[in-house]
Design a protein around this ligand. Structure first.
Ligand code: MTE
Ligand code: MO
Length: 379
């Protein structure tokens, strides 16, 4: 059975599916640490986890012949070779394109794993810069080329998981694309891509290819199902009868989002004597855009409260880690019963989350970034 070699997972990861394994941590736990502990970091696998013997491991890097003048070149590297290159560490959140899908589903059903808001984690990733490798091989900037990334995990027809990113992202010094062998200072675990994965900060989780075996500089995007016919956005009026996957670009940089992680949806609680309700959550935007504000309301937007943000001091455009936030809302001490809390984040381009899911609904349930809303009960 291809599932005989699956690694053990921490029991806090609530499975959204078991074969392949997909699991996310409870939201309250998720925001207890600015750096997500490795064992609490969500896992998103499309296929069985490959078993890789590190002494036999090789990474192939191919430069394909292109009209724009790159010449065929192939290089094979061992893990030792990659560890011999200058080591970089970046803090980057990875978020699945389907994070918060379970909220979008409430508008109308979608196809995909029913993720809550926990398909995200924030870690430090260490490894070689893809840029260094490509420059050493003589690759020149070119807006028309792509870097195709392939994993060692194979589908039943022996096709690997694959994705691609624009070459411009891979070569950008501020893009911080890493071939990572460490997560939070520890050897990558099997679920997170041991021995090597690509980290593409600011882009959708799907491009952060795990168990990396092949990199190709190419005229075409990855021909994989996940690049071509999945992880793309569509109009709310596009359905499975009318969808044409060639008509939408593959998701790369992610939009701004946030989630309330404490209290939990449906929680019953008492307001403390000082009258303040304390709320915790995370916010993040793709493309290296820093979170500049998180607004909270407990009265359907009549009054908004600005949350206090905890984040790394990184320049805008290169701010790849998430932000944690804490808000305090003064409640009427006499008010009891159901209260709805909403959160919305604003990024450095003043992009803000859309109000509702109705007008961003899409058949795959991706990019589910509307205001996060929870109901609690005050007694
Ligand atoms: N890489 C390979 N080889 N196989 C996969 O199934 N899943 C992708 C990406 N890289 C995947 C992969 C998706 S959709 C996401 S969201 C992230 O890995 C999840 O990374 P994580 O499991 O380390 O959290
Ligand atoms: Mo994903």
């Amino acid at each position: 059975s291809p599932w005989a070699n699956e690694p053990k997972r921490h029991p806090v990861l609530r499975p959204a599916s078991t074969r392949p394994f997909n699991g996310e941590p409870p939201l309250k736990l998720l925001v207890q640490n600015f750096i997500t502990p490795n064992e609490f970091f969500y896992v998103r696998n499309h296929l069985p986890v490959p078993f890789i013997e590190v002494n036999k491991y090789e990474l192939e890097i191919a430069i394909e012949t292109t009209k724009s003048g790159t010449k065929e070149q192939i290089k094979t590297l061992t893990l030792q070779d990659i560890k011999g290159l200058p080591k970089y560490t970046v803090t980057a959140a990875i978020m699945c394109g389907g994070n918060r899908r379970s909220e979008m589903t409430k508008v109308k059903s979608v196809k995909g794993l029913s993720w809550n808001a926990g398909a995200v984690g924030n870690a430090t990733w260490s490894g070689a810069r893809l840029r260094d490798l490509l420059l050493e091989m003589g690759v020149k900037p070119n807006e028309n080329l792509h870097v195709v990334l392939e994993g060692a995990d194979l589908d039943p027809t022996s096709h690997p998981y694959g994705a691609s990113i624009p070459l411009s992202k891979a070569l950008d010094e501020r893009g911080d694309v890493i071939l990572a062998y460490e997560m939070n200072g520890k050897t990558l675990s099997r679920d997170h891509g041991y021995p090597l994965r690509c980290i593409v900060p600011g882009n959708v989780g799907a491009r952060n290819v795990k168990w990396l075996t092949r990199i190709a500089v190419s005229e075409a995007e990855s021909n994989s199902h996940w690049q071509q016919s999945d992880y793309k956005g569509f109009s709310p009026s596009t359905d499975w009868d009318t969808v044409d996957f060639t008509k939408s670009p593959a998701i790369q940089a992610m939009p701004v989002t946030s989630a309330i992680c404490s209290p939990s949806e449906g929680e019953v609680l008492k307001i403390p004597a000082d009258g303040y309700l304390t709320i915790h959550g995370y916010a993040w935007s793709g493309g290296g855009r820093r979170i500049v504000r998180v607004d909270l309301t407990a009265d359907q937007g009549k009054t908004w409260h600005v949350a206090k943000i905890q984040q790394e001091d990184q320049p805008d455009g290169r701010h790849y880690g998430w932000s944690l936030w804490t808000g305090r809302i003064k409640m009427e001490t006499t008010s009891t019963g159901e209260v709805e809390i909403w959160a919305k984040a604003v990024d450095s381009a003043y992009n803000v989350q859309p109000e509702t899911f109705e007008n961003i609904w899409n058949l795959r349930g991706v990019l589910a970034n509307a205001y996060h809303r929870i109901k609690i009960k005050i007694i």
